[in-house]
Design a protein around this ligand. Structure first.
Ligand code: ADP
Length: 458
């Protein structure tokens, strides 16, 4: 079911319920009021008749006159009957003539007991009341009649209520559909605009309308999501072109070196020089493809990441060993800020091979980008985390480039003379993200940098 129809139905149900409640309240109050008013009129009529009968000391013969007077002087009520009984329950007056007048003696007893009794059946309302004459004799007067006028009025009210209800509901359905359509129009428009957005026109944005209501917020959020998508598409594109560029450079170098080597006959020593240069280019290629492979692995969310309790300090020592084995002129110091009481505080639930890649990269960078090739790593911990800080006194990173160094292939201006491809740190960040940790950097150009890896400990 469309939201528009749903809203219209809900709107109608609410209004219908309110209308029904109000109509019932109006109807029952009117009915109650009518009944009470008519009982009062019957009571007056009973007392008036009794007064006339007693104060005028009407004899048996004059009762007919009273009956006529009742009919002419007083406003006649529909199907009106007045009966008057003395203390012995003998009928002393009846406002109508009949062969036999039937009455319920129990009703008389009830009236004597309660002084005033009101009752009604489908057609008539009956009232029984006590009257005391000047001599102190008490009488039961019973008056009954049908409130045709009142009932007609009530029927009128009921008809008006029913007509108002039908008109009200029809209007509500009509207005509900229009109102819901109006409110949902911006969503329909957004839908239309979204259909036109594809991977090739992510620059296109949705209209954010008044910039204030919920729908404007939805469009705003959607636009922000499009911007993020656009950025990641661009990153992807630049990654592919950067990667192919980086691979092409050493391949082109290898090709021209081979071509030059083949142009003339050369001595063994000359061939050796060429082969060494080819080997260096080949190593660069291997390094680059390894880096790309690592990046691809870390990007792949499905890779079955085997996590187990891993000691961070041990990994750091392993990384130190690895870096030093390949660069014997590098110096790496590892130190604890505090000795942990509990091994769990320096252990994390992690993937050994991936975390080793992170620490190797950081230690290698620290040494590589320092003229003295020295790095210092410190381990500390708090209630929740184990933190590894890798510090160097090297070339540092310009402030404006700090946020970019974790992007794939990004290399700072001042690092252009150092070998590298700008892949390592993006791999590190991805791996640390996978471990629910964070990697941060503080640096001052010309003075050095500190990379901090924070991992949740056991
Ligand atoms: P690579 O070192 O291979 O270029 P990385 O991804 O490891 O790639 O580093 C990205 C860039 O960040 C480096 O090119 C360099 O500009 C900068 N960088 C990383 N570590 C340091 C450091 N310790 N000191 C100064 N600059 C650094």
């Amino acid at each position: 079911m469309q939201i528009r129809t749903k809203i219209a139905i809900q709107f109608t149900i609410i209004i219908a319920s309110i209308l029904i409640i109000f109509s019932l309240a109006i109807y029952y109050t009117s009915e109650n009021f009518r009944k009470q008013e008519f009982y009062k009129r019957l009571n007056d009529r009973a007392i008036q008749t009794a007064k006339l009968l007693k104060t005028l000391k009407i004899t048996e013969k004059d009762k007919k006159k009273l009956r006529d007077a009742n009919k002419t002087i007083l406003t006649k009520l529909n199907a009106e009957k007045v009966l008057m009984f003395n203390e012995k329950d003998e009928l002393v007056y009846a406002s109508y003539e009949a062969d036999s007048i039937l009455f319920n003696p129990e009703f008389l007893t009830k009236v004597r007991k309660r002084k005033n009794v009101e009752t009604s059946d489908w057609e008539n309302q009956v009232i029984g009341t006590m009257y005391e004459d000047e001599e102190g004799k008490s009488y039961v007067v019973i008056a009954s009649a049908s409130d045709t006028y009142g009932k007609e009025k009530l029927q009128n009210i009921l008809n008006t209520l029913i007509i108002s209800f039908v008109i009200g509901i029809s209007l509500t359905v009509f207005l509900g559909i229009i109102f819901a359509g109006q409110s949902l129009k911006p969503i329909a428009e957004i839908n239309k605009e979204i259909t036109n957005i594809t991977a090739y026109n992510l620059k296109q944005k949705l209209n954010t309308g008044n910039n204030k209501d919920e729908i404007a917020h939805l469009a705003l959020n959607f636009n922000q999501m499009l911007e993020r998508l656009e950025r990641s598409f661009e990153l992807q594109k630049s990654f592919v072109s950067n990667a192919s560029h980086e691979l092409r450079t050493p391949l082109a170098a290898i090709k021209s070196e081979i071509q030059i080597a083949l142009e003339n006959n050369r001595s063994t020593d000359e061939y050796k020089v060429i082969l060494r240069s080819l080997l260096t280019d080949n190593q660069r290629l291997i390094q680059l493809t390894n880096g790309l492979l690592q990046l691809a692995k870390s990007e792949n969310k499905d890779n079955s990441l085997i996590l187990k309790s891993t000691r961070v300090d041990e990994l750091l020592f392993k990384a130190q060993e690895e870096v030093l084995s390949q660069n014997n002129n590098y110096k790496i110091m590892i130190d604890f800020d505090d000795i942990p009481d509990d091994d769990g505080w320096v252990s994390t639930n992690g993937n050994e091979a991936l975390l080793l890649t992170v620490f190797t990269n950081l230690l290698e960078n620290a040494c590589k980008y320092s003229p003295k090739h020295e790095a210092e790593a410190k381990i500390r911990f708090n209630e929740k985390h184990c933190i590894v800080a890798v510090k160097d006194n090297g070339i540092g990173i310009p402030q404006s480039e700090l946020s970019k160094i974790f992007e794939p292939f990004y290399r700072t201006q001042n690092a252009s003379t150092y070998r590298g491809y700008g892949i390592g740190l993006s791999v590190c960040r991805r791996i640390i993200d996978m471990h629910q940790g964070k990697i941060e950097v503080t640096s001052e150009e010309g003075k050095g940098s500190t990379f901090e890896v924070t991992l949740p400990h056991l």
